[in-house]
Design a protein around this ligand. Structure first.
Ligand code: P53
Length: 476
């Protein structure tokens, strides 16, 4: 029996361009959807403004200035022993408005320089193409991904990136957490995933399914093109994996949990199997949802299935059947609290065993290699008088999750490529826009209002994670 992780296991960290680069208007960069979102809080959603409004504070505009400081930051990643690092290519640096036919050379050069710096330090770049940073112009001019035109724009962007970086980047992902938009009740996910702004009276759900379909086609087309450019590229999807448990052993709860999982994870079915599950087609029929899906689309989906599944894992959820509601009336706002679990200050339920469960669930359903490309604990940190940061809560969270991840590999036989915890350096929260919801091993001196020196310092978790990597996960 193997009791160890594979020798070539990838250890590192994961970020997204818009959450740390800053330099929002530098070297020809266009305005992205992240550039028009203000700061919120644990109980307060971010506001999506109509364009960039003077006087509003937009935390992504400056991020943590990674654009100018990446060399210093990569040196710290190397010190921790990273052999890989996930980031995204900001679409708006390459195609500032999204609908140009020629890319912006200065943007392409930035990622050449960034990837070269990583590779020089023995760190393999892992790249997401679309991570909540669609060109804002595609929202105002085209209505976001509800419009089929965006398939062409995304494929052009993806092709440019594959051609340019085909010898520097092996692992790619097309759309980050494509399934967040299954929660179409809130404005956040449809906007960040797909550039959707809903009007009163819109059939939010139907529009979401159309947008997601267009993305799934765009993704499949990109997979085919990427493989044609370099057959050794590994191109995956990326799913936010939060397993949904039944509240009780009541078969009604069990069936509802299954239905909720199907609604949340059908995206992966299409990415992996190249077609829609029968249960979703039946659901559409009952609801009168009729997305435009052409014969050509079906062919593209079949021919562009992914090589692996990238996943984020932060928490698990639970559902309880409301006798007054049918299974079809369910939406993701109806989750209930799990009394067996504690939660973070942002209400995210801490469930290490849920990670083992999730890895097994995905393996059973898809039989594909998995890649944990996000996991972590957003928390408030306290800087001591001597500058140290004792983040034992973060270490405890990560240790418990790595233990369960190892069991999934060594006892359950899950095929796992690597583990890239979220935000190895503090960055702007996607959900709330806060700086003080911190994930990092490296502290960044900047607060929710944007005040601070941007100085970097090592937290206790920095030294802990270094030892984890050095021992290939043995020394936790
Ligand atoms: P923040 C919701 C649920 C799970 C993951 O999230 C999510 C979200 C959106 O907030 O996002 C992913 O920053 C995402 C990252 C994000 C990270 O999780 O809200 O891929 O961009 O920063 C953590 O605490």
């Amino acid at each position: 029996m193997t009791t160890e992780l594979p020798k070539d296991f990838l250890w590192g960290g994961a970020v997204a361009a818009h959450q740390l680069e800053g330099a929002w208007q530098e070297d020809g960069k266009g305005v992205s959807v992240a550039d028009v979102m203000t700061v919120g809080g644990p109980e307060k959603a971010r506001t999506i403004t109509d364009g960039v409004v003077p006087g509003e504070y937009y935390p992504n505009h400056d991020g943590i200035d990674f654009y100018h400081r990446y060399k210093e930051d990569i040196a710290l990643f190397k010190e921790m022993g990273f052999n890989s690092f996930r980031t995204s290519i900001a679409w708006t640096r390459i195609y500032p408005n999204g609908d140009e036919t020629q890319p912006n050379e200065a943007g392409l050069q930035f990622y050449d320089d960034l990837f070269d710096e990583l590779l020089r330090n023995g760190i393999e770049p892992v790249v997401t193409l679309s991570h909540f940073e669609l060109p804002y112009h595609l929202v105002t001019e085209y209505g976001g991904f509800r419009n089929r035109k965006l398939i062409e724009f995304f494929v052009r962007f993806a092709t440019t990136c594959f051609e340019r970086y085909k010898n520097k980047v092996k692992y790619w992902m097309t759309f980050n957490e494509i399934n967040n938009q299954a929660n179409f009740v809130d404005d956040f996910a449809p906007f960040t995933n797909s550039g959707l702004r809903y009007q009163p009276g819109d059939d939010r759900e139907a529009i979401m399914y159309q947008a997601a379909h267009n993305e799934l086609v765009a993704s499949a087309e990109a997979v085919q093109i990427g493989h044609a450019i370099n057959p050794t590229l590994q191109i995956g999807c990326m799913i936010a994996m939060g397993p949904i448990y039944p509240y009780s052993m009541n078969p009604e709860d069990v069936l509802l949990a299954q239905k909720a999982m199907e609604h949340n994870y059908y995206f992966a079915d299409v990415h992996v199997h190249g077609d829609y599950p029968a249960t979703l087609l039946k659901y559409w029929e009952r609801k009168g949802i009729t997305p435009e899906i052409t014969a050509e689309d079906r062919q593209i989906l079949k021919n562009g299935t992914v090589d692996y599944i990238g996943l984020s894992y932060y928490m698990s959820h639970a559902v309880k059947k409301d006798p007054a509601k049918s299974f079809d009336d369910f939406d993701l706002k109806q989750l209930v609290k799990n009394n067996y679990l504690k939660a973070s200050d942002w209400g995210w339920q801490i469930d290490p065993r849920g990670l083992r469960y999730a890895l097994n669930w995905l393996t059973d359903r898809y039989r594909k290699p998995l890649f944990i490309v996000e996991n972590g604990f957003g928390a408030y940190d306290k800087v001591e008088a001597n500058g140290q940061i004792h983040d034992s809560y973060r270490i405890n969270y990560l240790r418990a999750h790595i233990e369960q991840m190892k069991l999934a590999v060594t006892e359950d036989g899950v095929d796992l490529i690597g583990y890239l915890p979220w935000g190895p350096i503090d960055l702007v929260s996607a959900g709330t826009g806060e700086m003080d919801k911190r994930y990092g091993f490296i502290y960044v001196d900047k607060d929710n209002q944007g005040e601070g020196t941007l100085a970097r310092s090592r937290k206790d978790s920095f030294f802990w994670y270094k030892q984890v990597i050095t021992s290939n996960g043995e020394n936790l």
